[in-house]
Design a protein around this ligand. Sequence first.
Ligand code: PLP
Length: 355
Amino acid sequence: MSWEKNVRKVEPYVAGEQPKDRDVIKLNTNECPYPPAPGVKKLAETLDCDRLRLYPDMNAEKLVNALADYYHVAPEQVFVGVGSDDVLALAFMTFFNGEKPVLFPDITYSFYDVWAQLFRIPYEQCPLDENFRIKKQDYLKPNGGIVIPNPNAPTGVLEDRDLFEEILAANPESVVIVDEAYVDFGGKSMIPFIHKYDNLMVVQTFSKSRAMAGIRIGFAIANERLIGYLKDVKFSFNSYTLNMPSIEMGTEAVRDDAYFKEIVGRIIKTREWTKKEMGRLGFEFQDSQSNFLFVTHRKVKAEEIFLALKENHIYVRHWKKPRIDNYLRITIGTDEQMQRLIEFLEKYLKEKSDD
Ligand SMILES: *Cc1c(COP(=O)(O)O)cnc(C)c1O
């Protein structure tokens, strides 16, 4: 059709499947297997629905203040959005506005190249080494910005904060985004370094460690000047993004630190058990500090295992992409879910080797 030549064409991000069948063991999108903090449920039951006739607080002050308190920063250094996808997309639009390429790893969160294409941002993907580690020198060349998850996804590999310090110090003319979607599962946050580097933006989410993927809350912490620019773009695009119930429930989730630490601790314990079992079954993987393992099997092809698991109602993630097509990303679920996964794999792999 002739109007099509003026259409902004993009190849969209492909998210992991959300099966309708509730009986599947769902280990494919890194959600938390435990419910949100008990206070969140209580709040949902007593929510004053009359207030829904009003617009929500467009500054989400309550939630911003709770996050500022929790992370020991000023409210002016906090930005909240509808999931970290919203925060990251706005950050790409705001900060990656130059001619030079934005840099990120070749194996990483597969939304980065989608946003770069959507916003017409030049970019370059820097290959990880054979152990899926960041090669520092790749980020010491001229660039229009940098974005790296730590731990990285879907590899689960955690880099030391020194690496980011070196990258930040070498790039005072670029905004450096550290995507900490999984940092609560064993990493150390770069948040304290926002006071030292005015070009650092740390992004986190409620979707994984805070068990609230369905509510859509993400946030950025950075120098207040940087946050100011992000707000200018946000308020030029859509002011009322976070709804009132999300603001209330998100605030409650931040307040219950004991529950947060408990479920994160449980997931870490289950992860370490799963690592041992997977090793025993002949899987290889880099040491994950996230809520998932990125594994390859010594003998059996990843895609074959993926399909066998799916047929047996266990969903994991597999990408038909260069360098990672023989890997599976497996989210850490409850102890019981992981036991069922291991039992299935043990039987399946044994039958395979008997053939
Ligand atoms: C899950 C994830 C996000 C996005 O999470 P939201 O649900 O949009 O908050 C961002 N970055 C990485 C690396 C992720 O894995």
